[in-house]
Design a protein. Structure first.
Lengths: 216, 217
């Protein structure tokens, strides 16, 4: 079986080393927080100026001064810290943030990322912190469906949509498989309910051979 | 440093064509009362630098709706509640410069710190670096980015003392401290103004040297 969004979030969470400083992008990646093991010591960063972000605030505890990058009211955990925007992005760009998890429209086999612009002529461009995160975090993980609703693969040889960053994605978690990316291209790390050959057939991208770890 | 009696006093003298730095991330830290005063003051043909391009119908969105803004410089204009900006943009009634969020902050930081320009890795190879100088330094490529300086910054803070020292609250700090360094005149809207000595110097985030006008609102 392919993975649900929730199962995928759990898988990403299980791969985050204890004690990491992590930024979870807006949308699907936010769900990773729900699966972090208690006591893991993972510290969540939100680019609007906070380390030690806790879960979303219940309505009766929502504080308009305490929001995440998606502008949702959140909570602070013991040991949290606040800082201004230039510091927040300096810690990202300066290589202090261990991991960011981002959504994507397209990812290339060599790790180029397109996740900020649909390419539509009438779209209002909005980049937010996507380029800064993709460029700055030490390790960039992408969570996405492997295919568009129309069935086109989102892991591609070359991105056709406007780029967010070049050669910046290290690993892609999808509903059908996990891929490791690098200068030599993509390799399958793990598949879910689909054979390697069928997966390769459905993708228009060269896959490097790699040891099979699990093949459901 | 002046402790203003009114928000109107805090925004007096803004000229048409000015560049305004407006604090806030969404509505957190947004100096809504100062923006309302600016709408009354009447300055137009403004360039506004802010992370977003207005939420709902208040604050920055109201300034946009009043037709006072010629150009927005921001990282993330499009949101679920940015209908005012969206309409202006689709009708061709406003210019837009999209800047990666960290570059927006760092370009203002550079303006406030006397930096002429800086090489930044963010955006290399993307449409937002088109036309900009790219240089390879120690094997990595960087884009040349220039400072963003404002004529006036309008920021929201939690508390000020009569010397203009500011403290913020939680994530409402966001762009305030950076914008406070990057404009010729800085006006801060705060929840309360306290006497000199009432803020522990160890917790001051924006020292009063940067602040020209404060108003409780």
């Amino acid at each position: 079986m392919s993975l649900s969004n929730d199962e995928l979030a759990a898988l990403v969470a299980s791969d985050i080393p204890d004690g990491s400083f992590v930024n979870l992008g807006i949308g699907q990646p936010t769900a990773v927080a729900d699966h972090l093991r208690q006591g893991s010591g993972v510290v969540l960063h939100t680019e609007n100026g906070m380390l030690g972000m806790g879960p979303a605030a219940p309505d009766d505890r929502a504080d308009p001064d305490l929001i995440n990058a998606g502008k949702i009211a959140v909570t602070e955990l013991p040991g949290a810290a606040y800082f201004h925007h230039a510091d927040s992005f300096a810690m990202m760009r300066g290589g202090h943030l261990d991991i960011c998890v981002l959504g994507a429209f397209q990812v290339s086999a060599t790790g180029d990322l397109a996740n900020w612009h649909t390419g539509a002529d009438d779209a209002i461009p909005a980049v937010g912190g996507a380029m800064d995160l993709a460029t700055g975090a030490k390790r960039v993980l992408v969570m996405m469906s492997l295919f568009t609703k129309g069935g086109s693969p989102k892991l591609v040889t070359d991105c056709t949509l406007p780029l967010t960053g070049l050669a910046c994605v290290d690993r892609v978690y999808t509903d059908h498989a996990v891929f490791d990316l690098g200068p030599d291209g993509a390799s399958i790390k793990e598949t879910f309910g689909i054979g390697h050959d069928e997966l390769a057939d459905r993708l228009d991208v060269a896959l490097r051979p790699r040891e099979r770890k699990s093949d459901a | 440093m002046i402790v203003c009696e009114s928000t109107d006093e805090a925004v007096a003298g803004v000229e048409d064509g000015s560049t305004l730095l407006i604090g806030g991330f969404g509505m957190a830290g947004m100096p809504v009362a100062l923006i309302e005063a600016l709408i009354r003051q009447g300055a137009s043909d403004l360039t506004v630098v802010s992370n977003n391009a207005g939420n709902g119908d208040t604050g920055l969105a109201a300034l946009l709706a009043a037709g006072r803004v010629r150009k927005m410089v921001c990282s993330f204009p499009r949101q679920s509640d940015s209908w005012v900006f969206d309409g202006l943009y689709r009708d061709g009634d406003i210019e837009l410069e999209v800047v990666p969020q960290g570059n927006l902050a760092e370009r203002m930081r550079a303006a406030g710190a006397g930096i002429g320009a800086f090489f930044c890795p963010t955006g290399v190879g993307t449409p937002l670096a088109e036309g900009k100088e790219v240089r390879e330094i120690n094997g990595r490529r960087y884009v040349l980015e220039y400072p963003i300086k404002g004529d006036l910054a309008l920021i929201g803070a939690h508390r000020a003392d009569r010397a203009g020292n500011l403290v913020y609250r939680k994530t409402a700090r966001n762009f305030g401290p950076v914008m406070a360094t990057a404009a010729t005149t800085v006006a801060a809207q705060v929840r309360e103004v306290v006497d000199i000595g009432a803020i522990d110097p160890e917790v001051v985030i924006t020292p009063g040297i940067y602040v020209d006008r404060v108003v409780a609102a």
